[in-house]
Write a protein of this length. Structure first.
Length: 412
């Protein structure tokens, strides 16, 4: 009885605290109407001009690929590759490629779909969403390198560091939940790989007997609904960040980060970028590009912010996983590790490998802001995704042929 009362008291205290925070936030909205309006517009422009057109094609195509059974096909075909390397099922290759080329939060959205369709275990889903949520190439090359740093060649260093860190994270995460209670104890089956893959695809198509028009319409509706939710989070956290600036909370957080930066002999002025990046990745990256600090320190700050992803993205991830049994703490810890690893790779590339990149600081700035998204800018990453999937499929078929020809397993 005492434990029940204690639990009820904790819930009551939590409820009162949440209500109090909401009232304070609402009061702040009333106190700063002009600033809140401009912050909302800034968040809306970011979503409408960058996020919506960049992600919509990926969301529609990924939903159709699930309906057509292509994900099931890849799940069987690519398991000999994905299982030994990342300890996830073969269909995780589809999530990984889409996540790496289109940016967060599509990795989590697709992982949630796999979990709901029982195509992965809880631990596999947690591993998968923890290392497939990245900043998109379009954001790193366009918005950050060109729009913020006015130096297109920096995009390669930022992106390579970002992806190398996440691949290392994927290798480390293969040991998360190693004794999975849901895990099937089996050897990876390499026999009749192509025929079993085709059978899995056709079986999925038989179960989903909707007409093509309905499948396309449902894919568009679901994609727009998901992106609308993402837009709401972006606008909300843009307002939250503005309110925290007005209340003087961001400067306090900046001072804490400043002390930490000085301990590592980094420019204290980068603290404002980290404080903003704690909440929203775009503003954090922008502030880092405007600080009067050495270029390599600016890039370290950007890598930390991109790896962490911002509480705005964390909130999006939490909303998508809320109706599943996927836990959020592996994702949060992996974001911290991702930021640290990306900063390490930046230091590596601009340290021992600095002679190869030393000319970057002398390149004249490009007079551009956020890049205008053309049709090619939207669909080129999609083509890259499909090409990467094709390459992984070809690799799986080659390994299958080697096994059948020479009678031994390459791995698995």
């Amino acid at each position: 009885m005492k434990n029940i009362i204690t639990t009820a008291d904790k819930k009551n205290h939590t409820g009162i605290f949440k209500a109090l925070c909401l009232v304070i936030f609402f009061t702040c909205l009333m106190a700063f109407p002009k600033e809140v309006f401009h912050a909302s517009v800034r968040g809306l422009e970011t979503w409408w001009n960058i996020v919506f057109p960049a992600l919509l094609p990926f969301f529609i195509v990924s939903n159709l690929m699930m309906s057509f059974g292509i994900v099931h096909f890849l799940g069987v075909l690519l398991e000999p590759l994905m299982k030994p390397i990342f300890n996830i099922p073969g269909n995780g290759a589809f999530v990984m490629v889409m996540g790496y080329t289109s940016g967060f939060p599509i990795g989590t959205v697709l992982t949630v779909d796999l979990r709901k369709n029982k195509l992965c275990t809880r631990n596999e889903g947690e591993r998968l969403m923890s290392f497939t949520n990245n900043a998109s190439p379009l954001f790193m090359f366009g918005a950050v390198a060109i729009g913020m740093f006015h130096n297109p060649q920096l995009g390669a260093i930022i992106a390579v560091s970002h992806y190398c860190a996440n691949l290392c994270l994927g290798l480390l995460l293969r040991f998360h939940g190693y004794h999975d209670p849901e895990q099937r104890t089996y050897q990876v089956d390499n026999s009749h790989l192509l025929s079993r893959s085709i059978y899995a695809m056709l079986e999925a198509q038989r179960k989903d007997d909707r007409p093509l028009g309905q499948q396309l319409g449902d894919a568009i509706k679901k994609s727009v609904h998901t992106l609308s939710s993402i837009g709401g989070f972006i606008i909300l956290f843009s307002v939250v960040l503005e309110v925290l600036f007005r209340l003087g909370i961001i400067p306090v957080i900046s001072n804490l980060f400043g002390t930490m930066l000085e301990a590592f002999s980094l420019n204290r002025e980068l603290s404002q970028a980290l404080a903003a990046g704690l909440f929203e990745v775009t503003l954090g990256s922008k502030f880092a590009s405007e600080v009067s600090a050495p270029l390599y320190q600016q890039l370290i700050a950007v890598s930390l912010v991109l790896g962490w992803s911002g509480l705005s993205v964390h909130a999006q991830i939490a909303s998508f996983t809320a109706k599943t049994d996927l836990r959020l703490w592996p994702f949060v810890l992996s974001r911290i590790a991702h930021g640290i690893l990306a900063a390490f790779f930046i230091t590596l590339f601009l340290g021992p490998a600095y002679p190869a990149f030393s000319h970057l600081e002398t390149i004249p700035p490009v007079n551009s802001h956020y890049p205008t998204l053309s049709i090619m800018a939207i669909f080129v990453p999609l083509m890259i995704s499909l090409a990467a999937l094709a390459a992984m499929t070809a690799a799986a078929l080659v390994l299958h042929a080697i096994r059948n020809t020479f009678g031994f397993r390459v791995w698995g």
